[in-house]
Design a protein around this ligand. Structure first.
Ligand SMILES: [Ca+2]
Ligand SMILES: [Ca+2]
Ligand SMILES: [Ca+2]
Ligand SMILES: [Ca+2]
Length: 305
């Protein structure tokens, strides 16, 4: 019997001088799903309602991806298409696309497929290093430990922003090996946040999630460990991903966040802009000026898909 260990930390960070005026960080590690679930659930509660996996932005709430219903044809040993969860139809319209500077993305096999669960097909034994938060599938990049997430109005090609992102990882052995870094629309970093080290040498789970007070996150760079998964061996820290949980991707033309772009958004923006309200700082550079007006009009002309 393994001893039950769980670490949960909720920290308030002040990012003075940054576009992110405040960030609330949720992080935990443990030797099973139950041990990190309270922290994951607190993060979920901070984001709000789980929205249906349908096209269009709801303005508020959250979306999730647990990889488990991905069909075998898009799971290991086959590559996973990075735009799978931004298809223009339910249940795949979730507004997140994935890429890697490595060779390909993969989702691990189901037990029924007989390929080998938890990436044991890539290197025998990996299934004994990893555990699942949601059974049975996990997610990984091959040829690199970097995975990039870009947000869109779900089911469309219209870029969107979110106020929160969190991910579950398994088998984080080295402190600092696994991080998420949030970026705004201009590619400026909004901070790097570590997934905590697991309490056991194998099959641990770790979670890190960050909530900002505004939806200014356009992309996330994930570094999952320090060993390319398929290379095997013992050097570096092999880490893979499970559930992604993120704030509803918000359409830049939906100024009043009611889930649609219409003339009321234009009126509300014009009013906020003429009053020089902080909310009309559309490009989040700390000042309200004509560039914000240009950016909003440009987004408004594109609409929300
Ligand atoms: Ca899963
Ligand atoms: Ca590891
Ligand atoms: Ca609106
Ligand atoms: Ca501005």
């Amino acid at each position: 019997m393994q001893t039950h260990k769980a670490i949960a930390i909720v920290a308030l960070l002040s990012l003075a001088g940054s576009a992110a005026s405040g960030a609330v960080v949720f992080s935990a590690s443990g030797n099973n799903a139950a041990s990190i679930l309270p922290t994951v659930d607190s993060f979920r509660a901070a984001l709000g309602t789980l929205n249906a996996n349908a096209p269009g932005s709801r303005g508020t709430g959250r979306r999730e991806i647990n990889w488990d219903a991905v069909p075998d044809q898009f799971a290991t040993p086959n590559a996973f298409p990075g735009n799978f969860f931004n298809a223009p139809a339910a249940p795949r319209a979730r507004g997140a696309e994935f890429s890697t500077p490595g060779t390909q993305l993969q989702v691990s096999a189901s037990l029924a497929s007989n390929v080998g669960v938890e990436f044991g097909n890539l290197v025998p034994g990996l299934e004994n290093d990893f555990a699942v938060f949601s059974p049975q599938r996990l997610f990984a990049s091959l040829g690199s430990t970097v995975t990039v997430v870009d947000f869109f109005v779900p089911g469309t090609a219209v870029p969107a922003t979110t106020r929160a992102f969190g991910a579950v990882f398994t088998d984080v052995d080295a402190a600092g090996s696994t991080t998420i870094e949030l970026f705004d629309v201009a590619g400026r970093s909004l901070g790097i946040y570590e997934a905590p080290q697991g309490p056991t040498p194998s099959e641990s789970l770790s979670f890190v999630g960050v909530v900002l007070d505004e939806a200014i996150v356009a992309s996330v760079k994930i570094v999952s460990g320090s060993r390319n998964l398929e290379s095997g061996g013992t050097s570096g820290d092999a880490v893979v991903m499970d559930d992604f949980i993120y704030g509803e991707p918000v359409c830049p033309a939906d100024f009043n966040l009611d889930g649609q772009s219409d003339f009321f958004d234009y009126l509300d923006f014009a009013q906020a802009f003429s009053a020089e309200e902080a909310g009309s700082d559309v490009n989040h550079d700390g000042q309200v000026d004509f560039y914000d007006y240009l950016d909003f009009v440009s987004a408004f002309s594109v609409g929300c898909g």
